[in-house]
Design a protein around this ligand. Structure first.
Ligand SMILES: Cc1cc2nc3c(=O)[nH]c(=O)nc-3n(C[C@H](O)[C@H](O)[C@H](O)COP(=O)(O)OP(=O)(O)OC[C@H]3O[C@@H](n4cnc5c(N)ncnc54)[C@H](O)[C@@H]3O)c2cc1C
Length: 322
């Protein structure tokens, strides 16, 4: 019995946090061996990534090496993973649903003839020890727990759905280097230029402070106040589904079950009632602050701090404050 997490890396060669989150979750439901696959160029220094995965609690790390693996490439990575899986042969294979993870997971599943449960919000085991992968379905109105008939049982999970465990500094996993031969693989993609993201482009699920507007801020002057306040405190502007449904904003800044899952240090909900589908996407935020004119709004039940009052009166005062 073995569970393997694919530890893809960011552009700066650091392991994506979602891999550590997946290991943390796996430690809670899986008693067998938990391993990670790390892909790296021949001469790349992977000590920091190995340290992070060790502290997350893996029992074993497979470092897959080849000069062609210096940065993410769909075809080289796909082949390298497939060729290493022949040796590792896991029962369960988990991948973060990041941009690269979403690119890779279906290609690997398809090449293996395996099923893939994408964008899961929970993972566990059945009594028979099968992976039980839960995800919203029918537009988010039902949660489906899906079992796979094929092996490896594959699932992807969005970043920040699971919390990272406290680091275990005592853990000393076994490290195995595997050299894969990719001489017969050609990448048909050429990178012409790389433009780093600016703060403006940062997606809301990477923000440390979020100021979110709901239906209570739907009037143009109120929404402007919320945006201004977000700018003032260096936060990202986000919305509840109401404002998306009204056609005012696109879904990429929507928080909730059918939007993004966010865990900023500070989440400020402006004119958001606190429907379960909204809470699902922000309940793990650090400090939650709610501004709402209804003292009985459900959002106050999960808020650390609450201000009862009209946004049009409160926000100008907060914006004016030095
Ligand atoms: C399948 C499904 C999936 C869904 N997915 C999502 C999702 O991903 N994200 C999401 O957000 N919702 C989602 N929803 C919708 C969700 O159920 C709620 O309808 C929605 O979250 C309500 O948005 P809201 O809080 O902005 O609006 P409302 O519930 O209308 O709340 C507005 C709040 O603003 C307050 N208010 C009004 N005027 C002011 C003022 N001047 N000053 C201060 N406060 C004021 C009111 O008291 C009220 O509490 C989903 C629903 C379904 C069925």
């Amino acid at each position: 019995m073995s569970l393997v997490v694919l530890a893809l890396k960011k552009r700066n060669n650091e392991t994506e946090n979602v891999a550590l989150e997946l290991v943390s979750k796996a430690k809670k439901f899986y008693n067998g061996e938990i391993s990670a696959i790390l892909l790296a160029a021949e001469n790349s220094d992977e000590s920091k990534n190995i340290e992070k995965l060790s502290q997350a609690g893996v029992n074993k790390i497979y470092v897959i090496k080849n000069t062609k693996l210096d940065r993410y490439s769909t075809l080289y990575y796909k082949e390298a993973v497939l060729r290493s899986l022949e040796k590792i042969n896991p029962d369960i294979f988990l991948i973060g649903a990041t941009v690269n993870g979403r690119d890779l997971a279906p290609r690997i599943a398809s090449a293996l003839g395996a099923g893939l449960t994408a964008d899961c919000t929970d993972l566990g085991l059945t009594e028979e020890g099968k992976l039980a992968a839960t995800r919203p379905t029918f537009g988010g109105s039902l949660m489906a727990t899906i079992l796979s008939r094929t092996t490896p049982q594959m699932a992807t999970v969005r970043p920040k759905v699971f919390k990272m465990n406290e680091p275990n500094y005592e853990n000393k996993p076994e490290i195995e280097e595997i050299s894969v031969n990719l001489d017969d693989v050609t990448d048909n993609i050429e990178e012409l230029n790389f433009v780093p993201k600016t703060f403006e482009d940062t997606p809301i699920d990477e923000a440390e402070i979020i100021v979110a507007a709901g239906r209570g801020a739907k009037e143009p002057e109120t929404v402007e106040l919320v945006k201004k306040f977000a700018d003032k405190i260096g936060g990202k502007f986000a919305v509840s589904r109401s404002l998306v449904d009204l056609g005012l904003f696109k879904n990429d800044i929507q928080v909730g079950q059918t939007g993004k899952t966010v865990t900023p240090k500070i989440y400020i909900a402006c004119g958001i009632s606190g429907a379960i589908q909204h809470i699902e996407g922000m309940k793990n935020s650090g400090t939650i602050i709610a501004i709402n004119n209804d003292k009985d709004a459900p959002i106050f039940k999960i808020a650390d701090f609450g201000i009862v009052g009209d946004l049009n009166k409160i926000l100008p005062k907060l914006i004016e404050r030095e």
